[in-house]
Design a protein around this ligand. Structure first.
Ligand SMILES: C[S@@+](CC[C@H](N)C(=O)[O-])C[C@H]1O[C@@H](n2cnc3c(N)ncnc32)[C@H](O)[C@@H]1O
Length: 337
C-alpha cells in the first residue's frame, strides 16, 4: 500500500466531524482511475480536452498538440527535498535546478498560443533559477509574492512564509482582466468629502470596505487546511483562491488552462468552476484520482473560498450570504473567508 493510500484510507475512517479533507474510498478510486487519460501516441486536442492525463510529463510532452494553451500554470517540485507520495525530488545547487528546468521548459513553449500567459511557482530557493529560465523564452512581467502563513517558526533563521509566482507572457499581446480580480479590503482611513460622504469606499452593516486594484503582494490567501472543503493530503496543494486570481486575470471564459504538474488538481478544478477548459498532467495516480474527485465535486459546488460576488475578500472577513439585511444575522448567513 503506497503512503498516500494509507493516508487516504485513514482519512476516510474515523475523523473529526469538521475535518473536510477530500479522501478516496477504495471502490471510488477504481471508478476514478477509469476517467484518467493515458497518452501513447500523438493526440489531438479533442482527445485530451477537459481531462487529466496520468503520465510522466517528460514522456508525453512531444505527443501533445501545438498551440492549444491560453494559460499555462507551472507548479513543479520546488528546489527542496520533498516526497510526492514516495517519489523523492532532491534539492540541488541552483545551477542544477536551473538545468533541470531548462530540460523541459523549451518543450512546453510549443504548446502555447501566441498570446498565452504563463505563471510559474517557486519558493525563495527556486526563484532565482526560475527567473533566469523564464527570461530565455518569455516576457517576464512581474513576480507575485504571496504570504504562505503556515508552519512553525525557525530558531536560527527568518520563518519561511512566502512564495513567488512569476507572471510571464509569450508576446506583448496577452489577456489581463484587471477588473475581474479586485480586492474588497477593510478601510483603515475612512476619508469623507465635505458632505460626510465616503470617498471611494462603502459603509455596510459589517464594516467599511473599499474595492482596490490588485498588487503583486498577496496577503489574503489561506493555505488549505483540514476544515476547508478544498483540502486534500497532497503535500503542496495551492489555494483555490490563488488560482482564481490567475485564471480570472489571464484567461477568458472558454479559454484553455494547461497544468503539466497537476498535483491534487487545483488549477483544473478552478478552471472548471470559472467556465474555462482544462488539461492537466500528473505522474502519480492517487493524486490524479484526488483531482478527478475534486472535479466531480465542482459540478455541484462552484464556490471558491474567499471569492464571492465577483470580488476577492480579505482573509477572515465576514461575507454575508443573505441579501436581506437583518438586525442579528444567523450563523448560516455568514461565511468566514
Ligand atoms: C508542487 S506539486 C503541484 C501541486 C498542485 N499545484 C496542487 O495544487 O495540488 C508538483 C506535482 O508534480 C508532480 N510531478 C513531478 N514530476 C512529474 C512528471 N515528470 N510528470 C508529471 N507530474 C510530475 C508531482 O507528483 C506533484 O504532484
Amino acid at each position: 500500500m503506497s503512503r498516500i493510500q494509507e493516508q487516504l484510507s485513514r482519512g476516510s475512517g474515523k475523523r473529526a466531524s469538521r475535518n473536510r479533507t477530500v479522501s478516496l474510498l477504495a471502490d471510488e478510486s477504481k471508478r476514478l482511475e477509469r476517467s484518467l487519460v493515458s497518452v501513447t501516441h500523438s493526440v489531438r486536442l479533442g482527445d485530451v480536452e477537459n481531462s487529466i492525463i496520468n503520465e510522466d510529463l517528460f514522456d508525453i510532452l512531444d505527443l501533445l498538440p501545438g498551440s492549444f494553451v491560453d494559460l499555462m500554470f507551472l507548479d513543479p517540485p520546488y528546489n527542496v527535498t520533498k516526497s510526492f507520495n514516495g517519489r523523492i525530488f532532491k534539492r540541488q545547487p541552483t545551477h542544477g535546478y536551473l538545468s533541470w528546468i531548462a530540460d523541459w521548459l523549451p518543450r512546453l513553449v510549443r504548446l502555447l498560443k501566441p498570446d498565452a500567459s504563463v505563471y510559474m511557482c517557486g519558493d525563495w530557493r527556486s526563484s532565482g533559477a526560475i527567473q533566469l529560465a523564464a527570461e530565455k523564452f518569455f516576457h517576464v512581467r512581474s513576480r507575485i509574492t504571496w504570504e504562505r502563513e503556515k508552519g512553525r517558526g525557525a530558531k536560527a533563521n527568518w520563518k519561511n512564509c512566502s512564495e513567488d509566482v512569476w507572471f510571464c507572457t509569450l508576446s506583448n499581446r496577452y489577456t489581463f482582466n484587471v477588473e475581474d480580480v479586485k480586492l474588497r479590503r477593510k478601510v483603515i482611513a475612512p476619508y469623507t468629502d465635505l458632505e460626510g460622504r465616503p470617498k471611494d469606499w462603502v459603509r455596510t452593516t459589517n464594516g467599511d470596505y473599499r474595492l482596490t486594484y490588485p498588487s503583486n503582494l498577496w496577503a489574503d490567501l489561506s493555505v488549505p487546511f483540514w476544515s476547508m472543503p478544498e483540502n486534500t493530503v497532497h503535500p503542496t496543494q495551492k489555494p483555490e483562491k490563488l488560482l482564481a486570481k490567475i485564471i480570472l486575470a489571464s484567461s477568458n471564459p472558454g479559454d484553455l488552462v494547461f497544468d503539466p504538474f497537476l498535483g491534487s488538481g487545483t488549477s483544473c478544478v478552478v478552471a472548471a468552476k470559472l467556465g474555462r477548459r482544462y488539461v492537466g498532467v500528473e505522474i502519480d495516480q492517487s493524486y490524479c484520482c484526488l483531482a478527478a474527485k475534486r472535479l466531480e465535486m465542482a459540478r455541484s459546488d462552484r464556490s471558491i473560498q474567499g471569492y464571492a460576488e465577483g470580488v476577492f475578500w480579505e482573509r477572515n472577513s465576514l461575507y454575508h450570504r443573505s441579501k436581506t439585511p437583518r438586525s442579528r444575522p444567523s450563523r448560516s448567513d455568514h461565511t468566514l473567508f
